[in-house]
Ligand binder design. Sequence first.
Ligand code: ZN
Length: 114
Amino acid sequence: MHELAVCQALVAQSIDIAQQHAALGVAVIRLHIGPLSGVEPALLQSAFPLAAAGTLAAAAQLVITPQPVRVRCKTCGADSEATPNRLLCGVCGDYHTQLVSGDEMLLVNLELIT
Ligand SMILES: [Zn+2]
């Protein structure tokens, strides 16, 4: 189960940060997830309690903000939103685009219990 491994890494990272700040626990974990990250937010939510059980993050709330897919066009230079399975320029329709965002899974911030 891929999402459990992702959650375990996330929990480990959160606990490291909590320990660096001598926190008693983690209250909220905020994530940004793009549709091309390969991580399914709903599965991550259901795997999280398993990964966090018995850790400083056991009572943490996981808040996931989905991110849009954005591409930069190599033909006209525009940045635009695209759909995950059609990375076309939203301005001129060209397919010579470069992914700007949408494949990320970022730990944005933590609220710690101190
Ligand atoms: Zn374009």
